[in-house]
Each structure stands twice: as C-alpha cells, then as structure tokens.
Design a protein around this ligand. Structure first.
Ligand code: DC
Length: 231
C-alpha cells in the first residue's frame, strides 16, 4: 500500500494570515511550501510590464493567457524566507506592489490561466505533498488533501494587517484605499464564475481575528489526523 503524502490546503481571503501560517506549518512539519498566489502574481507582473491594465480586451486577454502558458516561475529558499524567481529574476518584492495585487485578482479570473496554474500546482505538490496556500486549493486543486483549512478574519482586521505590512515596506497608502482595494479584491475573488473563493467541503474554518500566529499554527496542527505532534 502506498501512503499518500501529507498535503495541507490553506485557503481564505487576503490578510487572514494564510502566508504566515502556511510558512510556519511547513517549517514545523518539514514539508515543502507552495504559495500559489505568487504564481498568479507572476502572471500579473508580466501583464503589467507589458503595459496591460485591469480592463482587458480580447487581445490583452490572449496575451495574459500566453504569459501563463510560458510562465518561468520558481521558488528558492526555506519557507520563512522563500524567494520567487521569474525567468531568472528575483521578483519577490515586485510581486507585492498594490497594482500587481489588483492585476493578480483580474488575471486569476481567466479560466485558461487558472487551468494552467492548477496543472502546475498539482505537478509541484502531488508527489511530495506540502502546505499549499491559495483560494481554490481545497475546492479545486487538492480536494482530497489531508487537511483543508479556510482561514478568515474580520475585514477591518485584515485591512489593518495589510496596511501595517505596506507601511513596514515603506509603501505609502491611505487606510481608505487599503480597505477599498481589499473589498474590491474579495468581491472579485469570491464572485468569479471559475473557482470562486469559498470554503471547501470538509474544510475547517478558523477565524484568526483574535489569535496570534502561534495560536493559529497550533490550532491547525491539532486538526491533523494521527498522534499529537509536539513542537
Ligand atoms: O494570496 P495572494 O494575495 O498572493 O493572491 C493573489 C491573487 O491571486 C488573489 O487576488 C486571488 C488569486 N489567487 C487565486 O485566484 N487562486 C489561488 N490559488 C491563489 C491566488
């Protein structure tokens, strides 16, 4: 009998703590970490650099699908300090720019783009397992994951985290803009016809509004099947 690799799906909206939780879990459990949002962001960065904006016409859309199909994205380093490499260039910081976040939400609504990303994600994680974070991991990419978690938090709390993160990186943004962009992205991500963001069947919903990172990690570890795992 072959044992299935341990695969943990972490889904949920921006700012719920997915990345931090998934990275810590990966370190704690000695598993690979896969940031699927970075893949959509890489497609978005290429689109932006090609001069495309959120309003895509037929030609723009075709160009974006081409970027997805030829995407040369890879990950380097341990989960806590992982770098994203796009065609040999370290784009880790560039992927976090607000206009790339918005564009990622736009390109991720295109079914051909999703199909290509999902195919790659399955290829990357199916054999080795891992902690995989995104929006559709439990619903579409790995519906039979060992554990499916949907992390959520109150909108103001999520926007506050995002606002603080931008301030830390020296990006000037108003509180109203951060809140509005988040609202717009949440709406787009959860209402798109292809793979809308929603908790998967059998997913455990964890509200992180009033939990510290280590409390969230412990809560998820406690959900794993099998004997208790001590830190
Ligand atoms: O998690 P993130 O903020 O890096 O994701 C960027 C965008 O990509 C987000 O707006 C939704 C989209 N995304 C997706 O549609 N499916 C995923 N598995 C991961 C991200």
């Amino acid at each position: 009998m072959t044992r299935r690799p341990l695969l943990i799906a972490i889904d949920g909206p921006a700012g719920a703590g997915k990345s931090a939780t998934a990275r810590e879990l990966a370190v704690r459990l000695g598993l690979p970490y896969l940031d699927t949002g970075a893949m959509y962001r890489a497609v978005a960065l290429l689109a932006r650099r090609a001069g495309l904006g959120p309003e895509l016409d037929g030609e723009g859309r075709r160009a974006v699908v081409g970027f997805a199909e030829r995407l040369g994205v890879g990950f380097r380093g341990d989960p806590r300090a992982q770098r994203v490499i796009l065609d040999g260039e370290d784009v880790t910081e560039a992927l976090r720019a607000p206009e790339v976040s918005q564009m990622a939400s736009v390109v991720s609504a295109i079914p051909e783009v999703r199909r290509e990303m999902v195919r790659r994600q399955r290829e990357l994680a199916a054999r080795s397992g891992g902690v995989v974070e995104g929006r559709d991991i439990g619903t579409v990419v790995f519906p039979d994951a060992t554990l499916k978690v949907f992390l959520t938090a109150e909108p103001e709390m999520r926007a506050r985290r995002r606002f603080d993160e931008l301030a830390r990186r020296g990006v000037a943004a108003s509180w109203e803009d951060v809140l509005e962009e988040q609202r717009e992205r949440d709406r787009r991500d959860s209402t798109r016809p292809d793979s809308p963001m929603r908790p998967a069947e059998g997913a455990v919903i964890v509200d992180t509004s009033r939990l510290s990172l280590s409390e969230v990690v412990e809560a998820v570890v406690a959900l794993l099947p099998g004997p208790p795992r001590t830190p």
